[in-house]
Each structure stands twice: as C-alpha cells, then as structure tokens.
Design a protein around this ligand. Structure first.
Ligand code: TTP
Ligand code: MG
Length: 369
C-alpha cells in the first residue's frame, strides 16, 4: 500500500454564510441562513451562530425559523461564491496543479510533489489556510493524510478554522474508532444495512470478510474492505472543468404545431438527463435553442440561484416554459432543430458530510506529515 502520498483536503467553513457575513458587516455575529425564506424554502447553509440553535443545511426554512425566530435569511449569490472558489483555486495552484474539486468549496490536492518543494504537507496546508484568511478574509479547514478518504475526515475533525493530520502511524487505530456512517460512500441506507449485520464501527468493518462485503454491497464492498484497512489508492483526479452538457436534434420533417414541438422536448429531456448523470454535472442554467426552417436561431435561458437542474420533471417543465417564451408568435414558424443545454456549473457533486465528536478524540492529529 502506498503510504507515501501526501493529500490535503480543503473545506471552507460555513461557506455561503461566511461570504455573506464577510461582505455585509451588519450580519456578523448573527444567526443567519443562506437560502430562501419562503414557505417551501430550504436552508443552503447556516452561520455557526445559527448552528447553535440546531439549524442545518437542507432543513426547511420554516423549521429553521421555529428553532431560532431571530434568524436572518439572506438570498444566495452564487456568482460571488463561484468567484471566491476561483480565488481559492488560484491559491491551490501556487502549490500544485493536481487539484480535484468536489464542490464549490471543497477540493483535494496531491502535494506529494509540489511547486514549493516543501516536504511537509502540513506546512502547505497551513500556508493555504493563511492565504485564504489574508487574501479572501475567510476561513477554511484542512485535513492532511496519505489518501483521500482520511484527508477528508481529517478536515472535519477541528472545524471551523481547523487543521488536522492523520499520520499512517495512527491511521488504523483511528479508523477502528470511526462510526460506520463516517466511511466514504456509506449514507443512511447503507449504514442501516450494516447495522442489521451487526457492523457499527471501523473495527467491526475490519472484521468482515471480503466475500461477505461483496455479497451484501456489490462492488462497493471491495472499497469498504480496503477503507477499513486504511487503503484508498484513488488518485486526486485533475478535472478539466466541464462548462456545459447538452444535446440537440435536427428533424427530417419540420415541426409545425406547438404540441409537436412540445412532444419532441420529452425525448430530448431524456437524453439530457442521461448525459447529466453520466457526467455528474450540476448546472444552474437551462437553455432551449430553436432553429427555424429559415435557419434563424433563437434561444432562451432560465437560471436558478442555488439548485442545479437534475430531475426529468423539472427540466421538462423548464423547457416547456422556455418554449412558450421563445415562440409565442402566431402562426408558429416551422422548426427544424431543437437543443437543450444545462450550463453554469456548480463544479462537482457534494459529498455527504460526516460528523465526529471531538470529545472522543484520543489521537495525536498534529504529527507532521
Ligand atoms: P458544505 O461544505 O457541506 O457546508 P458549509 O461550508 O456551509 O459548512 P462546513 O463548515 O460544515 O463545511 O457545503 C458548502 C456550501 O454548499 C454551503 O455553504 C452551501 C452549499 N450547500 C447547499 O446549498 N445545500 C446543502 O445541502 C449543503 C450540504 C451545502
Ligand atoms: Mg464547507
């Protein structure tokens, strides 16, 4: 097993909320929620002051207000968060180009070889945190270890403004103490399945045979078997960030009625959803393109502030709305091509958060690595 790699995981603290508090001093020190306050609104994130009341990401705004009637709602400004994300990446690139973004505020860096010729990853992690603080006026937490799975857990150990290393010498003992839900890829459903099999901790997981894990969890079982032993050879994958996902169709016979056009949006949406899934793409803007029989082209877009276009129902509804906006002329002009695209990326998929009770920590997370 390769224990010589040096991986850093960086995760910004209460990201959207911290940016809002940075840019608007009157919000500092207050319990704030970034999200929409409406009846059907959800919490994107909560400031640390709001978390004290039990407010969490993905909670309904209604519930958040019940928990803390004084909570201040702030609308998300996605373009600002994306700009901050780019500034973070500029800092990362000062050390390495081996960067794998996993969401707008999280990334893995492989600094085994690095531009600073620094042999200690923990020194680089500290410098990155310092630069984020001085240049961006924000705090990040960093985790350092020899693989991605442990680096990610490490960045959570001392949040906010934390820095922790999981050295190979403590890794196995530490992993044994983890709850099963803290392992990568184990969400609520898989955790329940493990519980039914009597597996609650990392030590329990290490006691499972590979056969048993493969039988119960398929291919993922092999991964869990390795994680329990501190093995995770997945590379930090430098991603060329995809800007959009789309598809289009030219019709042999022009589409002439509104219903005909609307009907063709269904297979087009199916195709788009497949592509979105294949690329794990999260984009905020949906665009409908129409080419008429005279070869003129029109397109209309709709942009959401926070939530990416994923589900078939939502995309189809969005496309139909755009169609109505695109072509309300009577009679309709014959259509020879339709295109549907999702763009304006949110970078990558958010991975589930793990929580670790700091009171349980009995390990040295300051060993240099
Ligand atoms: P996270 O890194 O999961 O959360 P966070 O940065 O707000 O807080 P922490 O200090 O615990 O890391 O997510 C980053 C941003 O992504 C977050 O600020 C808002 C957004 N987000 C959502 O919009 N919905 C969600 O359900 C989650 C989890 C995050
Ligand atoms: Mg974060």
């Amino acid at each position: 097993m390769d224990k010589k790699r040096k991986i850093i995981h960086i995760d910004m603290d209460a990201f959207f909320a911290s940016v809002e508090q940075r840019d608007n001093p009157s919000l500092r020190g207050l319990p704030i929620v970034v999200g929409s306050a409406g009846k059907r609104g959800v919490v994107a994130t909560a400031s640390y002051e709001a978390r004290k009341f039990g407010i969490r990401s993905a909670m309904s705004s209604l519930k958040a207000r019940q928990l803390c009637p004084d909570v201040v709602f702030v609308s998300p400004r996605m373009s600002v968060y994306k700009a901050v994300s780019e500034q973070m990446h500029e800092i990362f690139h000062e050390y390495t180009d081996k960067i794998e973004p996993i969401s707008v505020d999280e990334a893995f860096l492989d600094v085994t070889q690095n531009k600073a010729n620094q042999s200690l990853a923990v020194v680089i992690a500290r410098e990155i945190k310092d630069k984020i603080k001085t240049r961006l006026n924000l705090t990040a937490s960093a985790g350092v270890s020899y693989n991605k799975f442990l680096a990610k857990i490490a960045s959570d150990l001392r949040k906010p403004d934390g820095l922790a290393t999981i050295h190979p010498s403590v890794a196995q003992k530490f992993i044994d103490t983890l709850k099963i839900e803290q392992f990568w890829g184990i969400g609520a459903v898989t955790a329940q399945k493990f519980h039914k099999l009597g597996v609650y901790t990392g030590a329990d997981l290490r006691g499972c045979t590979l056969d048993m894990l493969l039988t119960n969890f398929g291919k993922a079982g092999a991964l869990f078997y390795k994680f329990a032993r501190g093995e995770d050879n997945r590379l930090v994958e430098q991603r060329t960030s995809r800007k959009s996902v789309g598809c289009e169709e030219t019709y042999i016979k022009d589409l002439v009625t509104f219903d005909e056009i609307a009907q063709e949006l269904e297979p087009l949406t199916d195709d788009l959803v497949k592509r979105i899934e294949r690329h794990s793409f999260e984009g905020l803007t949906l665009t409908l393109k129409i080419k008429y029989s005279d070869f003129t082209v029109r397109s209309k877009s709709v942009t959401r502030t926070c939530e990416s276009w994923q589900s078939r129902e939502e995309i189809l509804k969005g496309a139909l709305d755009l169609l109505e906006k695109c072509d309300n002329a009577q009679p309709l002009r014959p259509v020879r091509l339709l295109g549907l695209t999702v763009s304006n990326p949110l970078i990558g998929k958010d991975s589930p958060k793990v929580f670790y009770d700091p009171r349980q920590l009995r390990f040295n997370f300051d060993t240099e690595l």
